[in-house]
Structure formats: structure tokens, C-alpha cells
Design a protein around this ligand. Structure first.
Ligand SMILES: NC(=O)c1ccc[n+]([C@@H]2O[C@H](COP(=O)([O-])OP(=O)(O)OC[C@H]3O[C@@H](n4cnc5c(N)ncnc54)[C@H](O)[C@@H]3O)[C@@H](O)[C@H]2O)c1
Length: 261
């Protein structure tokens, strides 16, 4: 299927690692240009850029933490300066930082700041350009928004708010034909996920097997490219009448009958 993304321009936050890396790679494979916005400076990001540019890709990066609105404004301005347009935005950067009920108000506020505010700020600053292109926004949320996890109030609240904003923005942007959807991962092996497993459990390998065994479809984690396929579809005109939706790419983890696991 030709998704007709050649020469279209997308911002992908956290686009050099984990799910974001998968999205960047899939967009590149479709001939799109990508501006990665990430704080992950270093070998992993530089290696990805080198690899994709080596294949003729138009992929660039803006380094910096997205937890200030100035940085979000800067990301949009630089993208336009470099590419001259914006056809879509993937709000993906986030961290399950374990700011739970015992962590206190400051940790909770910080977690909301690092997980939620940049989702709003980037859409706000990109809006004039998204109006021009009738662009598409994809918010990467989490199953935690709906299932809870325990010990992560800030992250859960931010992920829930991302779903609420998906509906709110889909409604507000109807007159501009800008579509807004959310994708909800459950269990995807990424650097973030690996860190969580390794730092939380005494026997991370055993825990990983235990979690995988509970995923209804094929008893395995979702891959980055499976996540990316849904995101890229939602960015493309092939999903031209899909807006305000929550798409679960999780092998049936959230919705299927527990007796199946
Ligand atoms: N991996 C999973 O199983 C899973 C499950 C549910 C939801 N998610 C969500 O998917 C998204 C991606 O997760 P991942 O597992 O790929 O994470 P990851 O840590 O592997 O990659 C995220 C990237 O985003 C960057 N980043 C994070 N916060 C940033 C900020 N404030 N400013 C700039 N860069 C920032 C990180 O440095 C990293 O490069 C997150 O929103 C996460 O909540 C992941």
C-alpha cells in the first residue's frame, strides 16, 4: 500500500529510541522526512541518523529536553526553518517515572510536566502549520491510563490526560480537517521498558517471561515496528476519516477475556 507520505514532514518526539525509533524508521521507509526531537544525545541517535541518511533519508534531530515550552516552540520553528512545512506530529516522548502516592506533590508535578505539557505545547506551536497541511496528530498514551499500574500517579494522570486531549483536540480541529488520534501500547520491549524491568524486579528475565505469557496474542510483546505501523497509518491519508480514536496495539492485552491468558 502506498501511504503517499513521500516528502511529507513529521515531528517525532523521542524519535531515536524505542517506539519512537520504530516510528522514525517506518516514516523513512515511506519516503517521509522526519524531525526527531529528543534529549537522547549520543551514539544511539547519531548512529540512527547516519544509517538513515546513508539510505538517502531526510532525517534530522533537535536535541533538548521538551519539558519547557521554549524548547517546544524551538522544535517547531527549527522544523519549519529546515523543511518549510509540517504534515504531522507524533507526541511520543515520555517516561514512566514512578511518582506514586508516597512520592509527594513535587514528584507528581514534575511527572505531569515531563509527560504531559509538551504534548500540548507542541500541538499549540505547530497548529498554524498543521492547519495549512490539514495535518495529523498522534498521541502515544499507555494502557496505564485505563488499567492503572500502582506507584505511578503522575504518569497515569498524564497518560489519561493525553486521551482526554485526543478527543478534545479532535473536536476542536474538525473545522480544519486536522485529525487527532491516540495509540496505546501495553508491553513493548524498549530501553525504557528494559530499565523499568531491571530496576524494579529481582529477577527481570523471569518477570519478562511472566508478563509475555499473559499477552493473549502469541504470548509475546508487541514490537516497535507493529506500534509504528499503526502510527504511520494514522499519519497518512489512508486513515482520512479516522479521528478522536484510541487504538490499542497490544495483542489483546487490555480487552480480551482473562481466561485466555
Ligand atoms: N514501552 C512500552 O511498553 C510502553 C508502554 C506504554 C506506553 N509507552 C509509551 O510509549 C512512549 C515511548 O516509550 P518507549 O518505551 O519507547 O521509551 P524510551 O525511553 O525507550 O524512548 C523514549 C525516548 O524519548 C526521549 N524522551 C523522553 N522524555 C523526553 C523529554 N521530556 N524531552 C526529550 N526527549 C524525551 C527519551 O530520551 C528516549 O530517547 C512513551 O510515551 C511511553 O509512555 C511505552
Amino acid at each position: 500500500m502506498d501511504l503517499q507520505l513521500t516528502d511529507k514532514v513529521f515531528i517525532v518526539t523521542g524519535g531515536s529510541k524505542g517506539i519512537g525509533e520504530g516510528i522514525t524508521r517506518s516514516l523513512h521507509a515511506e519516503g517521509a522526512s522526519v524531525m526527531i526531537a529528543t534529549r537522547s544525545e549520543g551514539a544511539v541517535t547519531e548512529h540512527l541518523l547516519k544509517e538513515l541518511r546513508g539510505e538517502g533519508g531526510n532525517v534530522h534531530v533537535i536535541y533538548g529536553d521538551l519539558d519547557t515550552s521554549e524548547q517546544c516552540k524551538h522544535v517547531v520553528a527549527k522544523t519549519v526553518e529546515h523543511f518549510g512545512r509540517i504534515d504531522g506530529l507524533v507526541n511520543n516522548a515520555g517516561v514512566n517515572d514512578g511518582a506514586g502516592l508516597v512520592s509527594g506533590p513535587e514528584a507528581f508535578r514534575r511527572s505531569i510536566r515531563v509527560n504531559l505539557f509538551h504534548y500540548y505545547d507542541l500541538v499549540h506551536y505547530a497548529l498554524p502549520w498543521l492547519k495549512k497541511s490539514k495535518g495529523s496528530v498522534v498521541n502515544v498514551s499507555s494502557k496505564v491510563a485505563l488499567t492503572g499500574q500502582g506507584g505511578t500517579s503522575g504518569y497515569a494522570a498524564a497518560k489519561g490526560a493525553q486521551l482526554a486531549l485526543t478527543r478534545e483536540w479532535a473536536a476542536e480541529l474538525l473545522p480544519h480537517s486536522i485529525r487527532v488520534n491516540a495509540v496505546l501500547p501495553a508491553e513493548v520491549m524498549t530501553p525504557l521498558y528494559r530499565k523499568w524491568l531491571d530496576s524494579t524486579f529481582e529477577n527481570p528475565m523471569e518477570k519478562e517471561r511472566e508478563i509475555s505469557a499473559k499477552i493473549p496474542l502469541e504470548k509475546r510483546m508487541t514490537t516497535k515496528s507493529e506500534m509504528a505501523a499503526m502510527v504511520v497509518f494514522l499519519l497518512s491519508g489512508k486513515s482520512s476519516h479516522t479521528t478522536g480514536q484510541f487504538l490499542f496495539v497490544d495483542g489483546g492485552y487490555v480487552h480480551l477475556d482473562r481466561s485466555l491468558t
